[in-house]
Design a protein around this ligand. Sequence first.
Ligand SMILES: Nc1ncnc2c1ncn2[C@@H]1O[C@H](COP(=O)(O)OP(=O)(O)OP(=O)(O)O)[C@@H](O)[C@H]1O
Length: 274
Amino acid sequence: MTDSLLSVRDFSVVYDVDPPVAAVTNVSLDIKRGEIVGLAGESGCGKTTLAYGVQRLLKPPAVITSGDVVFHDESGEDIDINALDAEQMRRFRWDKVSMVFQGAMNALNPVATIGSQLEDVFQVHRPGMSRAQRKAEVVELLEIVKVGAQRVRSFPHELSGGMRQRVMIAMALALRPQLMIMDEPTTALDVLVQREILKQISQLRHDFGFSVVFITHDLPLLLEISDRIAIMREGEIVELATAERIWNDPQHEYTQKLLESFPRLTGERGVVVR
Ligand SMILES: Nc1ncnc2c1ncn2[C@@H]1O[C@H](COP(=O)(O)OP(=O)(O)OP(=O)(O)O)[C@@H](O)[C@H]1O
């Protein structure tokens, strides 16, 4: 089994508008098994387009103009994502790769309990599961993400933003995927709640062994949580290195500028606790 979980080669996406926007240009990236890769860069640099693109989640006017994406499954099989049909892709997305979207916590159905929404995931993707098994899985998930099983009958509005986001993480975790893509998962939350959730994501990946692609414009946050960080600028990855290296010895001028743009990093060393 290879150490690499997802290999992206020469991946490019253009928005076919007038004039066309080259949102992602020739990106190559390997995500290793069990690692957290941060994707950082200013708004509009192409982070979301890249993350959605590799999962074939983009809609017109987006056009993938080049690139290969291969998923190295834990079974040993290599899955060429370009070659999957719509149904295979749909299954792949939840089973192998799951996603926590920007503002996901507001995507919960307001008139259904969180327990029933979690159960739905199993009903759709594990149709052979009994009702009792589904309920047991939901209880376990709520415990894992520290929402607590007693909340199973709560409606989304009865939970805080942080709790709702934990429910979304539980949903993304439900089918035990090998990769979780998180797009600004904590941006809407206050700093303390954000920290707790980050700690938990880090702990969960140790417990379950999945990899994480963590997207945010918040570089200080990525320095804390990531093993490696890819710095994106205008559709290209300009630097990819360990978090330590990005922090202590950034090579690219743009990375240096980006680090300087965060006042909480330019103060005393050691502001970043890893
Ligand atoms: N539907 C679209 N039509 C045309 N251009 C688009 C479309 N969606 C995104 N773009 C452009 O593609 C580029 C990359 O956008 P993208 O949303 O991927 O960046 P991002 O780094 O994720 O930004 P943010 O952090 O604000 O989400 C930007 O220049 C954006 O304006």
